[in-house]
Write a protein that binds this ligand. Structure first.
Ligand SMILES: C[S@@+](CC[C@H](N)C(=O)[O-])C[C@H]1O[C@@H](n2cnc3c(N)ncnc32)[C@H](O)[C@@H]1O
Length: 177
């Protein structure tokens, strides 16, 4: 799961790579807690958010309640086209068939010239421990290593410090330890 500072870095990289504009309709697919949604919202016309995990959809809706131009996307709504679909740190949780299906769906949902931005992809055979090391390294450099550790590692009673935080980075259906 992205922490807010990682979302800031992502939003900066995105706007460096692709100028955002107040006319854009954007979808944050696999939005997690909605940190990225919140940062992109002021730069665009509106931003839909959706996550495969109901708990994440609920958390994102709560976190984004005060963001006027952010809206929960209805997965069945293919009628309102988007200019941009953001898929950050999500593809690794999909099967190849699911990814292929989603890409076809995005193609149907995009306006001509619209884009899908896939980012933070884990190649097949990647080592999860290397991800954890990388997360801690990133957090230590930004001064919130203890928070990252609390949110990532199981406590002695088997409950994470932030309910849902551990599951948020895992495929739907995986319960927090
Ligand atoms: C590492 S988090 C990234 C969250 C967000 N994109 C961000 O950048 O902060 C991965 C998110 O993908 C969601 N997810 C996992 N499998 C998914 C799928 N097949 N389709 C959509 N979202 C999925 C998880 O529930 C989780 O919220």
């Amino acid at each position: 799961m992205l922490f807010p500072p990682e979302a800031v870095e992502y939003a900066q990289n995105l706007s460096d790579a692709l100028p955002l504009s107040p006319s854009l309709r954007v979808l944050d697919f696999g939005c997690g807690y909605g940190h990225v949604t919140r940062l992109i919202a002021p730069e665009v016309a509106c931003i839909g958010f959706w996550d495969a995990a109901e708990s994440m959809r609920t958390a994102a809706a709560r976190n984004l309640a005060s963001v006027d131009n952010a809206f929960p996307w209805d997965e069945g709504d293919l009628d309102q086209p988007f200019d941009l679909v953001l898929v950050n740190s999500v593809v690794q949780y999909m099967t190849a068939d699911e990814l292929a299906g989603r890409l076809r769906q995005f193609a149907q949902m995009l306006r001509p010239g619209g884009r899908v931005i896939l980012s933070d992809l884990s190649p097949p055979g990647h080592r999860p421990l290397a991800d954890i090391w990388s997360l801690f390294h990133f957090s230590a450099r930004r001064g919130y290593l203890l928070t990252a550790a609390r949110n990532t590692l199981p406590l002695s009673d088997g409950v994470t410090a932030t309910p849902g935080a551990a599951a948020a980075g895992k495929p739907p259906g995986v319960k927090p330890r």
